[in-house]
Design a protein around this ligand. Structure first.
Ligand code: HEM
Ligand code: HEM
Length: 128
């Protein structure tokens, strides 16, 4: 499986989880998890889908070590972020306990975005 397909599968998993949470919120009239829902769909579904398209159109089919590290970082950071947001907005864990997890997750997701920029810039030809 190449990295584009990996990202596509992750992206589609997030759309299912994010929409299910949206339907739960709408049905229960309890919108307290709307930030979790928004980030599962945007950082999870939308950003993963865009990374799948970048791999497909510009980075080629060969999975490089940097590409694998970038995929792992985005998904590990995203899962940490979504679990942290769920625990925070569900009032399951107090803010002071979950904030270090959330802060770490944002730097990991941000680091993955920087790695994607590096990979795109390293690509010799824009239409390769
Ligand atoms: C089955 C599909 C979906 C359902 C049932 C659903 C349901 C909801 C509900 C109930 C809210 C809370 C509204 C509020 O309290 O203000 C919400 C917020 C939100 N949804 Fe969805 N949603 C769905 C799909 C999506 C998708 C596909 C995206 C993005 C790709 C998305 C992005 C957002 C965002 C960004 C917010 C936060 C808006 C804000 O707080 O201003 N949703 N959604
Ligand atoms: C490192 C990554 C990110 C961090 C640290 C972050 C942080 C935040 C924070 C603190 C809020 C305000 C939550 C609140 O209302 O209490 C927020 C809201 C929001 N973020 Fe992010 N975000 C990140 C990535 C993204 C990305 C990549 C997108 C879109 C592609 C996005 C879309 C949104 C939207 C639409 C809202 C409003 C949602 C709402 O009010 O429910 N975020 N974000």
């Amino acid at each position: 499986m190449n990295l584009s397909r990996h990202y596509l599968v992750w992206s589609l998993a997030y759309v299912a989880v994010g929409m299910a949470l949206g339907i739960y919120m709408a049905g229960s009239h309890n919108h307290s998890q709307h930030v979790t829902h928004a980030h599962i769909l945007l950082v999870g579904f939308v950003v993963s889908f865009i990374y799948a398209v970048i791999h497909k159109l510009w980075l080629g089919a060969r999975a490089t070590l940097l590409g694998k590290v970038q995929l792992f970082a985005h998904q590990a950071g995203a899962l940490m972020m979504f679990s942290g947001l769920f625990l925070l907005y569900g009032a399951i864990v107090p803010p002071e306990q979950i904030e270090p997890v959330l802060a770490t997750s944002t730097f990991v997701v941000f680091g993955a975005a920087l790695l994607m920029i590096i990979m795109a810039l390293k690509q010799p030809s824009a239409d390769a």
